[in-house]
Ligand binder design. Structure first.
Ligand code: B12
Ligand code: SF4
Length: 521
């Protein structure tokens, strides 16, 4: 076997960032898979360099000079940076591979710029690519394992890579873990709606927790499970077996339907400090929030009582909401969200706009069939820029409501109320830093600028109204500014993509191809 020099790049950020929130938390948002791939490659005797880009480093300086093969892990918002990096490395004669959310959602587009584009990724697939390590151009190979890996390297095996990433986190250091993959729920907008739930080995989880107890006085762990605690007792039993109560602080994303008071008390007992339940809508998805058929203000009251119960036990609760769903109409979804914040002042609201990330979810086929997906450059697709034409709103109405609810949510008054309602020091200050730096100044500024341009920037308005697919100069300039020296490496045409590529590939489904055309992979 030829010993290769392999670079692995985890794009946590899409551009340089100086925000306080990014400084405090950036490195804690690193992904698990780049560390996993690094471990698998090193085990085979290859020389591995992992670079985690959080937006604060000089990326060009951090990149390995001479590599045979580069794996890049990227969300869609960082795809253009990933494409530019791929062409830079190709110019240095390296073979390039893309994995992560963007590769899963937009494989057809990524194939134009990478030699390999990966869906589900397991060890066998990585070893296959490393053994092949060949150029596949002009169209890269789209490869996918049949499912997620059944086992991941332990924390001790990937410790070297975790440690180097955590060195970038100034004082709060959070280790990412997984106890399961996929999800048994089927929320039709979600990338996991068609990925079967798969718990990971409980003994491996215990070994990881034991290891961390030996490394830190008080470890902090973020569960990256899409929906933590589906097999609730199994997870809690494993934690209770190895972690003395309160010795590890945990963070997890879960659904309200799993968070009964009994469960929350047990989570509290076991050191859970932050929970991120999805509420999504006041009019849909009642099953997920345990509100059944209840909608509107009745649902607000019910959810608010539930969230306040959680806040009595858990100091940091982020509630996830989606705006722009087809079931939403008029000012009600926004006004109800404000009432919810009045009733649950301790909750930190996180807003996503309905987004169709390529082939993430089968529902996206419907949006594409109805020609409702706009080709916003990938750089803006992070749940903040809705890329689906709203069903029941004009863009002007939608932005007016959005700006109003965002200003209300991160107003000084609500930030102070949140501060007073949170019982513990770190959650209190995180709420302030996040409320001010990322949400208030970041999002409100962006939404207000888009709203202003919808009135004054004719080409931008025509793009939003689907009268043209030409990317407005405002977006092009922002990308140019964000990419800086990498702009020159961006392949021609990369800022444009076919928003209906998924539909096209589903319609052209080839019987001899082993890549599923419909579904999340
Ligand atoms: C945990 C999570 C987070 C965590 C951790 C993020 C992280 N860095 O991993 C936090 C809370 C920080 C987060 C933040 C964000 N997230 Co998030 N997140 C998730 C979630 C719930 C689970 C992802 C996960 O870890 N799964 C477990 C891993 C093992 O599975 P996987 O991701 O499917 O990966 C498989 C393959 O893709 C591949 N793979 C993955 N990475 C890599 C890397 C390499 C190099 C290779 C070779 C292969 C590979 O191997 C895996 C095994 O098969 C998903 C939703 C979901 N249900 O999947 C959203 C999701 C990934 N997030 C999403 C978004 C939009 C965001 C934000 C941009 C939101 C925002 N506006 O701030 C930020 C971006 C933060 C950042 N850049 O780091 C979108 C991504 C869509 C897209 N195409 O970009 C998703 C899909 C949710 C959605 N809206 O549909 N997120
Ligand atoms: S939104 Fe959450 S609960 Fe619904 S399928 Fe996705 S991970 Fe599961």
């Amino acid at each position: 076997m030829r010993k290769l020099s392999i670079g692995i790049i985890d794009l946590v950020a899409k551009a340089p960032s100086k925000t306080m929130w990014g400084r405090v938390m950036g490195a804690n948002f690193a992904s698990i898979m780049p560390q996993v791939v690094a471990t698998w490659c090193e085990e085979q005797g290859h020389e591995v360099t992992l670079v985690t880009y959080t937006g604060r480093e000089d990326l060009l300086k951090e990149l390995p000079e001479k590599v045979d093969l580069v794996f890049i892990g990227s969300f869609t918002e960082a795809a253009l940076l990933a494409y530019a990096l791929s062409s830079l490395f190709r110019a240095r004669r390296a073979v390039t591979a893309l994995g992560g959310p963007h590769a899963r959602c937009y494989p057809q587009d990524a194939q134009k710029y990478f030699d390999y584009v990966l869906g589900f990724t397991d060890k066998a697939l990585i070893l296959e690519i490393v053994a092949d390590c060949a150029q596949h151009r002009p169209l890269g190979l789209h490869l996918s394992a049949a499912r997620h890996p059944v086992q991941l390297p332990s924390v001790s095996e990937r410790w070297k890579f975790i440690e180097q990433t955590l060195r970038k986190a100034p004082f709060i250091k959070i280790v990412p873990l997984l106890s399961s993959l996929g999800c048994p729920y089927t929320c039709d907008f979600c990338i996991d709606s068609s990925v079967p739930y798969q718990p990971l080995d409980a003994d491996a989880m215990k070994e990881d927790l034991r290891f961390l107890l030996g490394k830190f006085k008080r470890p902090r762990v973020a569960w990256h499970d899409p929906n933590f605690g589906v097999l609730f007792d199994r997870c809690m039993d494993a934690i209770e077996e190895v972690v003395p109560p309160g010795r590890i602080d945990f963070i997890a994303e879960s659904t309200l339907s799993l968070l009964s008071e009994k469960h929350v008390q047990r989570l509290k007992h076991n050191g859970f400090k932050a929970l991120l339940p999805g509420i999504e809508s006041w009019f849909e998805m009642g099953k997920k929030s345990r509100t059944g058929q209840t909608t509107g203000m009745d649902k607000v009251r019910k959810v608010s009582d539930h969230v306040n119960m959680i806040l009595r036990h858990i100091p940091y609760v982020q509630t996830n909401h989606i705006f722009g769903l087809d079931g939403d109409e008029g000012s009600a979804p926004f006004e109800l969200t404000k009432r919810f914040l009045d009733l649950s002042p301790g909750a930190f609201p996180a807003y996503s706009m309905l987004s169709a990330f390529g082939q993430a979810a089968p529902l996206n086929l419907e949006f594409q069939r109805a020609n409702r997906v706009l080709p916003f450059p990938f750089h803006f697709l992070s749940n903040i820029q809705m890329n689906i034409k709203p069903k029941n709103y004009s863009w002007l109405e939608f932005y007016d409501h959005l700006i109003d609810v965002t200003k209300y949510s991160y107003s000084p008054r609500l930030i102070v109320r949140r501060f007073l309602a949170n019982g513990e020091t770190i959650p209190r200050w995180l709420n302030i830093v996040r409320g001010l730096s990322s949400e208030r100044f970041g999002r409100i500024k962006y939404f207000t600028e888009i709203r202003r341009r919808l009135d004054t920037d004719r080409p931008l308005r025509r793009f939003f109204e689907q009268e043209t697919t030409e990317i407005p100069e405002y977006f092009v300039e922002r990308i140019r500014k964000d990419l800086g020296e990498f702009w020159d490496w961006l392949p021609d045409g990369a800022i444009c993509h076919d928003p209906n590529a998924y539909l096209l590939s589903a319609e052209m489904a080839c019987s001899s191809c082993n890549i599923p055309n419909v579904g999340a992979a």
